[in-house]
Design a protein around this ligand. Sequence first.
Ligand SMILES: O=C(O)CCC(=O)C1=CC=C[C@@H](O)[C@@H]1C(=O)O
Ligand SMILES: [Mg+2]
Length: 333
Amino acid sequence: MDQTPHVPVDELLASARVVAIPTRTRFRGISVREAVLFDAPMGASEFSPFVEYGDAEAAHWLRAAVDFGWGGSPAPLRESIDVNATVPAVSAAEVPGILARFPGCRTAKVKVAERGQALVDDVARVRAVREAMGSDARVRVDANTGWSIDEAVAALTALAAFDLDYAEQPCITVPELAEVRRRLAANGTPVRIAADESVRKAEDPLAVARAGAADLLIVKAQPLGGIGRALDIVTEAGLPVIVSSALDTSVGISMGLHLAAALPDGMLAGACGLGTVALLDGDVTAAPLLPVDGAIAVRRPTLDALALDRFRATTERERWWRDRIARCAELLG
Ligand SMILES: O=C(O)CCC(=O)C1=CC=C[C@@H](O)[C@@H]1C(=O)O
Ligand SMILES: [Mg+2]
């Protein structure tokens, strides 16, 4: 199913504004988040593939932006979406300060396997999260492909002491995920495995589900080419899902909220990774989509002219993003 409208590149460029927003805490090596906002007919839309991504990958994100801005979004089946606190790879001492930015959240996702850190750092961080949130909270970890099979089994065996909801993408490949899952079960420390990069960066996003290598899928609207495409994938995969984001502004978060709100009942496996505006030191709207009582209302934010000016990217970066849009648009045809 592909109902993404065709929009001439001149029209895309005419409505594009490029911003650079500082992060409050370094996250996946990023201290300034760049994004393009479109003032589009169906409402604001966002194009924000990470700068190191190639054009073929970034083109999926452009398709999503066009889909959301010019095509629209499916009718929401729910009014608000529970979200998780996202804890970057900070020291244990910084954990309470991070969690305070996510009021009411009873689920936390903790980054682990950060380059340059060791398992003791992960254990200390996850322990601090569990202690701060209490025994009834859900605590997940995300390794972003950072471990080998042996490292993943050792780390998750240790971290299982903190009662993990699941572990997101412990290793890179689908066979590795399957092996980690098998070994943990054989050791008597089963931890559910969630696939993220194996869905959003894979040539075949359904391969991980077909291989039985994951218990649930992380789905993100922008990398999967939009809400419609993401819905097609989850329907076909038949696994429970968590909707997440990519350190988007409130506009990209709104795309994720509309995806989560369109999922058929029973498919959503818990709180979604859509609270990350709390990690940014600014936004593009006067009413940011931040968690309140652990949830965010499903709505489309309006762009704020003052904010767009305040975070306006340099001329050089703006040119870079405009060239990127033109190349990606050409790939989409
Ligand atoms: O899922 C969340 O809690 C927040 C989003 C998040 O973790 C991510 C955002 C941006 C880039 C990714 O490396 C990362 C992820 O791996 O899920
Ligand atoms: Mg992830």
